[in-house]
Ligand binder design. Structure first.
Ligand code: NI
Ligand code: MN
Length: 228
């Protein structure tokens, strides 16, 4: 089957490859935009971009219930092992990749902070470049615009998943600049409209993507999905 990416609201995604289920940044319980429940969602792997609460909120509960393997920067995976009893973890750092059963997963740089919910040091915020059987997907994570996105785009991207909310991350205009550097076939916006400070007109942004770049915008409401 084609790899399916399901938007769970805010910055959370569930990916189904047919053989594996992967969660990215699960934050459902206190997420006003969540389209799924942390108590019954399945995962084989949980990928984590950085330590902020709106990205790790349900990591421990889901990992401990499903025995999923968590993957992220070393400081974050170690914190979950020591403080939350998570049993299966792969700690990495920026620029490094690992070959996982569903594809190679590399942590890319991001320009953002990464404190964990209890104030612990969470290392440095990252993004995720995942090579699925159907192509490369770049999950930018929370980040400012940065010129090295040009290098990430050289991998050849089927899809770029970019924050557009402004205030805590890139806003809509910087996300357009990111699309121009990354040159993905399709671009999916996230990290907007969850709370008032990050409200955006996503349809206006999608129009601008069509007008100014070669990428096709894919706007998903929470619960919506796309196939690679
Ligand atoms: Ni953040
Ligand atoms: Mn965030």
């Amino acid at each position: 089957m084609a790899t399916e990416i399901n938007f769970l609201g805010h910055a959370s995604f569930q990916i189904n490859t047919g053989d594996h289920t992967i969660l990215i940044d699960p934050f459902l319980t206190d997420n006003p935009a969540a389209s799924a429940n942390a108590d019954d969602i399945h995962a084989d792997f949980i990928l984590i971009s950085h330590g902020h609460f709106d990205h790790v909120g349900d990591v421990a509960a889901i990992a401990n219930r499903t025995k999923a393997t968590i993957v992220g920067c070393f400081e974050i995976t170690e914190w979950f092992e020591k403080n939350h009893g998570v049993e299966n973890a792969i700690g990495m750092n920026l620029g490094g990749g690992v070959d996982l059963p569903f594809g190679r997963t590399k942590i890319t740089p991001a320009v953002h902070s990464s404190q964990l919910p209890d104030g612990s040091y969470g290392g440095i915020a990252g993004g995720l470049l995942v090579t699925f059987a159907d192509g490369n997907v770049y999950f930018a994570g929370d980040t400012a615009l940065f010129l090295d996105m040009q290098l990430i785009g050289r991998a050849g991207l089927e899809l770029a998943v970019l924050p557009i909310g402004d205030h805590f991350t890139m806003g809509p205009d910087d996300a357009i600049e990111a699309v121009k550097m990354l040159q993905p076939k399709r671009v999916l916006p996230f990290h907007y409209n969850t709370w008032p400070p990050i409200e955006q007109d996503v349809d206006a942004w999608a129009e601008k993507v069509r007008a100014e770049t070669d990428a096709e915008p894919v706007v998903l409401a929470p619960g919506g999905s796309l196939s690679l």
